[in-house]
Design a protein around this ligand. Structure first.
Ligand code: IDP
Ligand code: MG
Length: 149
């Protein structure tokens, strides 16, 4: 089963949208396996966003992600990476499809509310970066048989 790292970034936390994001992922059928509310260190932010180092928006991105607490979560399900990216919407909110989180709640790329892993490989690396294995819960949900084929 694929796992993906999901962050409700500081703007989502400040705007009271943690519950909205969780509700949409739950409703989609994804299964929560880990969650923690944390203040991100600059070191973790820089490791997480290392791929963007050198880009014009990099410094702003790091300062954004450490500016207030984030809700970090791991969700799993069949094709969870693609499913969560789809529910989040495109990186640039003005390009995000109606009905997606970024379309429905955001206007600016630097205030786009959420992070979600973009590949199975990155999902595994990001989950390992943000969570210790003992912080992840392996569980069977009562509704699994009605959601997972
Ligand atoms: P993603 O979050 O949809 O995976 P990435 O391209 O990986 O998008 O970029 C990481 C984050 O960096 C974005 O979510 C957004 O917050 C920020 N970002 C990306 N491009 C820009 C930009 O052009 N200006 C400002 N911030 C940006
Ligand atoms: Mg990305």
């Amino acid at each position: 089963m694929e796992k993906t790292l999901v962050l409700v970034k500081p703007d989502g936390v400040q705007r009271g949208l943690i519950g909205e994001v969780i509700a949409r992922l739950e409703r989609r059928g994804l299964r929560l396996v880990g969650a923690k509310f944390i203040q991100v260190s600059r070191e973790l932010a820089e490791t997480h966003y290392a791929i963007h180092k050198g880009k014009p928006f990099y410094e702003g991105l790091i300062n954004y992600i450490i500016s207030a607490p984030v809700m970090a979560m791991v969700w799993e399900g069949p094709r969870a990476i693609a499913a969560v990216r789809q529910t989040m919407g495109a990186t640039r909110p003005w390009e995000a499809a109606p009905g997606t989180i970024r379309h429905d709640f955001a206007l600016e790329v630097g205030r786009n509310l959420t992070h979600a892993s973009d590949s199975v490989e990155n999902g595994e690396a990001e989950v390992a970066l943000w969570f210790k294995s003992e912080e992840l819960v392996s569980w069977a949900r009562a509704t699994d048989q009605w959601i997972f084929e």
